[in-house]
Every structure is written in C-alpha cells, then in structure tokens.
Ligand binder design. Sequence first.
Ligand code: NAP
Length: 234
Amino acid sequence: MKKTALITGASRGIGRAAAMALACQDTAFDRIVLVARDSKHFEQTLAEVRGVSNSCEIIEIFADFDDPNVATEIFDQLDAQGIGLDTIINNAGFTKPATIVNTDLADFEKTMRVNLYSPFKMVQVALQRDHPLKSIINIASTAGISGRAGWLSYSTSKAAVINMSEVLRDELTPFGIKVICLSPGRCATDLRRTLAPDEDPNTIMQPSQVADVIKVMTSPVGDLLQTQNLVVRT
Ligand SMILES: NC(=O)c1ccc[n+]([C@@H]2O[C@H](COP(=O)([O-])OP(=O)(O)OC[C@H]3O[C@@H](n4cnc5c(N)ncnc54)[C@H](OP(=O)(O)O)[C@@H]3O)[C@@H](O)[C@H]2O)c1
C-alpha cells in the first residue's frame, strides 16, 4: 500500500511549497494528492512538482471548498482509485479583510467554509471511510491566537481551527492519529498580500520555510514533537 499525503490549497503559496518539499526528496510518502481549483497556476505547480519528484506519484484533484459537499466528492475520487490517505494537510485558506461594520455575512460564511468547514469535513469523511490516517496537519495562523483589527472573519476562522485541532487531538490520539496545528506568522504569499498590501514580501517569512517545518512534522522526528499549536515565524 502506497503511503499517501493529501495537501489542500496546493496550487500556490505554502501548499505549493509543501508539495515541492514532500515530493522532491526522501520523505515518507510514495504518493501525494494535490487539491486546488482548476487554474493555470495549479497546472504550472503540478508540472513543477512532477518535475522534482523522483519515485513519488503526484495526483491532482480539482475542488472548490466553497462547496460544502466537495470533501465527499474528493473522497469519492480517492476511493474510486483505491487511494488510502495516511496524512491530510489542511492548508487551503481564504481571506477578505474587513472591519465589523463592513463585513458581509456572505464573505464571513465563505471564509468559514474554506478555512474551517473544509478541514472539518476532510477529516470527518476520511474517518467515516476508514482511511488509514496517521497524521493530520491543520494550518491555522497567529491571527487565530490573537485577533487583529480589520481581519474579523479570518481571525475568527483561524481561532476556530486552533480549537478544533485540540478537540481532534483529544479524540484521535487514542486511535494513534497525530493531530498537529501549525500557526504561521506573516509569510510571503498572495493571501498575505491581500491582508497587508503595502508590505515588502522580501522582508518576511517565505513559503519554503513553512514547508520545511511541515516536512519535519511529517518525518519520524516530527513524531517526537508534542505540541498544542506550533507557531512558525521568523
Ligand atoms: N501567508 C501568511 O501570512 C499566512 C499566515 C498564517 C497562516 N496562513 C495560512 O496558510 C494557508 C495557505 O495560505 P497561503 O498564505 O499559502 O495563501 P495563498 O498563496 O493565497 O494560497 C491559498 C491556497 O488556498 C486555496 N484556496 C483558496 N480558496 C479556495 C477554495 N475556495 N477552494 C479550494 N482551494 C482554495 C488556493 O487555491 P486556488 O489556486 O484554487 O485559489 C491556494 O492554493 C492558509 O490556510 C492561510 O490562512 C498564511
């Protein structure tokens, strides 16, 4: 049975960097499933990840986490191909920063669907369908540890991811499933540019640095690290 990791939000930023890091060398995975919406940049990422992977098989799944049923559809595709997941990296993220007065309920709901409900559903369906899960990595944010003015929906969603990860850890550790919550600080990606448009991306953490931490957490060394919420920042 091939050891398989799935990464959501794999087309850009931290997810893309994690895919490159896990595919390009002797990590624990024989197969990586990359999930994002169908786009030119996802196509390019897939070609780049396949370019660096040696024996690691790369599979793509197109999915929009704005659709609450999409996790079920992802697992339908995995099950049809006989793919069992060992690791899920819940990384897809969305933000549309606004103050309390200016926050549209529709944007708040979308933020919760992508950032919170999608990791919830991905883990729930994997368990319901008896995937051989050994680890779950949820990408939260330092904005979920302390709320930021103007980031109401994003900060709220990430605080919930941190708390949900604690619940999952409590429930799943007895079954041998490791639950890791990573909270990056500011990292040079498109999402960060939406949150802080005037910032110079060269002065902050790079996606490859977060990916290096993800790589460690999926290695045997990562098994030795016990953490509630691992903050990653420069
Ligand atoms: N950058 C930071 O400073 C920072 C700090 C803390 C935490 N984080 C977290 O890190 C994670 C990765 O973000 P990033 O910074 O790497 O941002 P990014 O470069 O903007 O990438 C976001 C990823 O999420 C995917 N995504 C967004 N909406 C989606 C949807 N509706 N359906 C499916 N996929 C969707 C995107 O895929 P598409 O190509 O399909 O849009 C893309 O692959 C997020 O959870 C974010 O909150 C980032």
